[in-house]
Design a binder for this molecule. Structure first.
Ligand SMILES: [Zn+2]
Length: 216
């Protein structure tokens, strides 16, 4: 049976995140939300949406504090550390105990632009688990057409880790339909991650590290 893991990046959004949570609850699907620190702090409603996600059993991870410059390209290089630490601090007790962290950059391309040496050293020292991906259906620039790409990507691999976005103008309008399709096609929808999408596990380099290329 093919496996699929869903993840939601770039939130929380005070309207969209609760709508995504409603759909996931209807389907009984648990996922991971990779949260941007400054969006979490932007309003009580945004923070409440993340708390609700954690209470429902979703995992909460760190997706940097401002999601501005990819951490392999940021200047000065040491700013990468603050991007990770500030978000983790803002997550507080809702953070998954494994300190899940997902970098970003370049429309989802994997490579050395995602993390610089300072960021990698912090992930190691801090015991973070760095979660990459292998399916990017580009919901953010094709909110109506993304399910067809997501379906193709899920069929192509034994275990797809799909990146979607709980932000306005992205996946939410067709999420219900996509999950219904996964169920109809007998995919096993899991919350954990395929090994080859983990670059660091508890601070130790792991199989996915190769996708990050050589340290910048
Ligand atoms: Zn992102």
């Amino acid at each position: 049976m093919k496996r699929v893991t869903l993840s939601f990046d770039n939130g929380p959004d005070p309207i969209v995140t609760p709508a995504v949570l409603d759909i996931l609850a209807e389907h009984g699907v648990l996922t991971t939300f990779f949260v941007v620190g400054e969006k979490l702090r932007a309003s009580p409603a945004a923070a409440a949406a993340v708390e609700r996600a954690a209470e429902a059993g979703h995992w909460i991870g760190n997706h940097t504090d401002t999601h501005a410059i990819p951490l392999g390209l940021i200047e000065p290089p040491d700013a990468a550390r603050a991007e990770i630490i500030r978000c983790q601090f803002s997550l507080g007790t809702v953070a998954h105990p494994d300190k899940l962290f997902r970098p970003f950059g370049g429309g989802g391309k994997l490579g050395p632009h995602l993390l610089n040496a300072e960021a990698r050293a912090l992930l190691v020292r801090g015991g973070y688990t760095c979660v990459l991906w292998n399916a990017i259906p580009r919901d953010w620039d094709d909110p109506d057409g993304w399910p067809a790409r997501a379906q193709a990507q899920c069929r192509e691999t034994d275990w797809a880790l799909v990146v979607l976005h709980d932000i306005p103008g992205a996946c939410v309008g067709r999420l219900d339909e996509f999950i219904a399709w996964l169920k109809a096609e007998d995919f096993e929808i899991r919350q954990d991650f395929p090994d080859d999408c983990i670059a660091y596990r508890g601070g130790q380099p792991a199989a996915g590290e190769i996708a990050l290329g050589n340290p910048a």
